[in-house]
Structure formats: C-alpha cells, structure tokens
Design a protein around this ligand. Sequence first.
Ligand code: ADP
Ligand code: MG
Length: 555
Amino acid sequence: MIDSDSSDGKLPPLVLITDDNPQARMLLRRILEREAFRVEEAEDGESAVQKARSLLPDLVLMDIQMPVMDGFEAVRLLREDSLTERIPIIVVTAAARDSIDVAHGFGLGADDYILKPFNSSELIARARSKIKARRLEDTLQRRNAQLGILSRIGAQLVRALALPELAEYLLDALLDHLKGSSAILLLLDDTNTPNFWLVRGNSLERLLPLLVVWLPRYIVEYGQPVLIEDAQTLEPELSTAFTADQIRSGIAVSLAYQGRVFGALAVASQQTNQFSKYDLRLLEAVSAQASLAIRNAQLYSDLQAYAHNLEAMVQTRTEALQKVQQQLLRADKLAALGTLAAGIAHEINNPLQPLLTNLELTLEDIDQTRPIDRELIEFATHDVQRIKRIVSRLLDFARPAQTAFTPLPLNDLIHEVMVLAGKQLEHARVRVTLRLEAQQPAHGNADQIRQVLLNLVVNAMDAMPNGGTLLIATADRQCEDVPCLELLVRDSGVGIPPDLIVHIFDPFFTTKLGGTGLGLAISHSIIEAHGGQIHVESVPNQTTFTIYLPTAAEA
Ligand code: ADP
Ligand code: MG
C-alpha cells in the first residue's frame, strides 16, 4: 500500500531558528522541541542562509537585528535562491519596531511575523500553519506537474497506433519525467508468458532476463506496484543482477485491461532512493493510460494482420478462379471445334484425292519426258492452299488465347469461321446468308470474338437438325448515341421456350445430350469484358442472337 499525501512517513518538521541572542535561541528551541519539532540554529543572517540551503528546513524563524547580516538581507537572499525560495519564513521582531519591520519583511517575501515577547502557543500555531500550508502547496504543485505530464503522455499515446512506436515513446517519456536510467515495458500473452519487451535508456543485460520472469510473476500474483528503494535489500539473486547492471532503485506497476494483467511497466535508476511514492503513483496513472493505448495498438495490429491475410486470400482465390476460367475457355473452344471436327476432316480430305491424282499425272509426264502440264500443277497448288487455309484457321483456335484488344474487322472474322464451319453447315443442309454491312472495325480480341461466333454458329446448327437457314449480319449502329457495331446471328431452328430462355447464359445450362452448357456463358462474359452486350430473342422457327460491340474509333 502506498500511504497518502498527508502522512508523509518522514521525520518531524525541521525549524531553523535564527537569532544572535543565544538565550532567545534556547527559549525557542525549548518551545519547539516540546512540540516534537526538530530544531537547528543560526546566529546571524549569513549562517541562516547557508544552513537553509544545506538543511532545507520546513520553516525559518528569522530575527531582524543581527550582526554580520541582518534578517532583512537574509530573507531577501533566501527568496532569491530557487533552493530556498519556497521555505516559509516567520519574522520575529520587537513590538516597538513592528510596523516598519513587518511591512519591510513582507515586502521582501516573509510569510508571517511574530512580535517579541511572544506567546509560545501562538508561535507553535503559526509555525504549524505555515508548514502545513507549504506542504499543501508542495502537494498541489506536484499534483499539477503530474497532471501535466500525464496529459502530455496521454495525448501522445492516443496518437501512436503501432506498438513499437508507442512503446518507445512511452518509455522515453517515463525516463525523462522520472529521471530514471532505464525504462522497461513487458507484455504477456494469454498464458502470462512474456511475448514482447523493450528497454530504453541503459541496457539491462543481467537484469532483463530475470525481470522478464520475475516481474510478471510478482505483478500478476500480487497485483501490487513495486517500489525498490535500495536494491541491496533484495534477495541475493536479484540483488546481484541489479548490481551487475548498476541499478540501485526502481519502481514497477502492472498493465491491465478489463481486470486482466497483461504486462508491466518499470523504471530503474542508478541512484538509491531515486523514486518516491509520488513517482510510483504517477507511474500507476501512466500505466492506466498506457494499458488502453497498448490494447488499442494490439487490436489495430491484429486488424491489420487480418486485413493483410484477407487480401492474400482474395488474391489466391482470384488467381485460382482465373486459372479455372482459362481452362473453361479452352474446354469450350475444344468442344465447339469437336462439333466441327468431322466437317473439318472432310474439308481437308476432299482436296487430297484430286491433289494426289494431279501429282501422279505430273510424275507420269516427267517419267515419259513429256512437257509438264502446267494446269495440273495449278490445280494442285490450289488444293494445297485450300488445305493450308483450313489448317491455319484451325491453328487460330488451337494456339493459346491472346488477350490484346485491337481494331477488329468483324466481316473478316466471319469469313474465317465460315472456312471451318462451311462444310459442316452444308452437310446439315443449312443455307447460309451473309449480310456484312459493317464498315467500321470493332475494338476487341480476335481469338475471343471468333470463339463467340463459332459458339453461336454451332448452337444454330444444333437447333436445326433437319436443316434450315442461317443469317449472319453485321452493321454500323448507334448505341446510346455512340457509334457501335452490331453482329447478328439468326437461325430458323426449334427456338427456345420462354421458361428456358432466362437460363441459357447460365454456366452448365444445357438441353443437349453431351452438351457442356458453357458456350453461351463464356460468350456472355467475353462480350461483357469487351464492354459490349449480347441479347437473345426467340420464337419457334426464329432465334436471334444480337451482339453490340464498341468500335475501334470509340474505344
Ligand atoms: P450447349 O450448347 O453445350 O448446350 P450453350 O451454352 O452453348 O451450351 O447453350 C445452352 C443452351 O441454350 C443449349 O443447350 C440450348 O438449349 C440453348 N440454345 C442456345 N442456342 C440456341 C439456339 N440457337 N436455338 C435454340 N436453343 C439454343
Ligand atoms: Mg453450345
């Protein structure tokens, strides 16, 4: 327990009697000692000033008429010196001179006066009242200073959000205000194991490992602040460590939040008796503020770590998702190509027979040393070019998707897709009409738009098992007053029932045996990524997909 301000736990008050008359001094001493004051004497002003400076008495009784230096000069000197300026002084003066002496004495800074001959109980009463007033003033001043320190530290603590920064500031402020040589902050985890400590000022090589173990145990178990006035009096193990780090005294308090102790705060000094109970009380007040601030900092750092984790998690998931998306794109492309595979194989196979025949005939010409028929070679070249065209269109689909957006002539793209799908459409008895009126290039990615087109064409073919008509059209349009491109794919197939039409862009929605249900979902996301739109309208015998894309000029 720390005792209160009023009972200081110190020696009785010390009074310095100043009088050149030994009998007068003796009389005063007797009166005062009977009331348990401690007494010192000075026989002139000069020695009074010296003794006051060295003894720092609680009160000076000052005679006026003295040799060497009179009482007035002594009062003046005492008031000039910061060491003695606040020591209460009672002027003791003869009644005959009272009005002059008293006024002059007050003018120089005396606190009170007593007229000779005096009444002893009045002297005691005045002495007590001056000493008490001075002590009250001291207490108030100390309190004021503490409040100032507290509010300064508090304001800073609230500002610091990161624990290391906060800890450094806190310890430096304590070192500064409490005149310590080292300050220590120690934090405990949920199991009361130290998990953070910081020392500022002189390092504590021997002491720190001990404190880390000893402080939490002591503070958590006893919940008491610690005031060590002289480290020599501690148990030997501690005392040795204190001595090794040249620490002579120290104070320590707990840090607690909502009743749970989670750390300790300590200041140490190389002087014995460096810290008073007032310092300990200040440390306690600081610790209350620091506890909150540290808790805040811990919460803040938890939150930051959490946010950071979340970010990393989102990043990982996004990457995984992107990978899956890439795989889906590829799967869809292969599925669409698969539908066309038979037709494409046919397309490649068809020119092979005439090609072979033409080459054989040419060889015969050569063998017979006949002039070579130029037309045979021309036919062969033509066939090879046809095959080459198909293979190169196929390669368009097979190579890894490009992501760049460029000016995109839609009409060319449609011709390219027709090279691949043409034969298949022909076999399926689908009559194709192209109405390619767009003049402007679109802004987009050729690989992706080609994939969308192929999806729409394959779907149309699927919807017309007994043949029909397919219209593919492009046109320059306005989308909300801005030039755009329209790409329209219309078939005369079975149509899409109204209750299903809302689902056709959903991933994995399919009405086909062996369908993937991905074509339209992927097409939709491709068009969206282009800043375009895709719509569908369907009645029996007429289904129309309409795509709007930005023009290269507007992009
Ligand atoms: P899949 O073709 O693998 O089924 P899609 O996403 O390409 O997947 O198409 C989803 C569904 O939309 C098809 O199963 C079909 O029911 C319907 N659909 C798409 N295009 C047409 C169309 N032109 N005519 C009729 N139904 C269509
Ligand atoms: Mg499809």
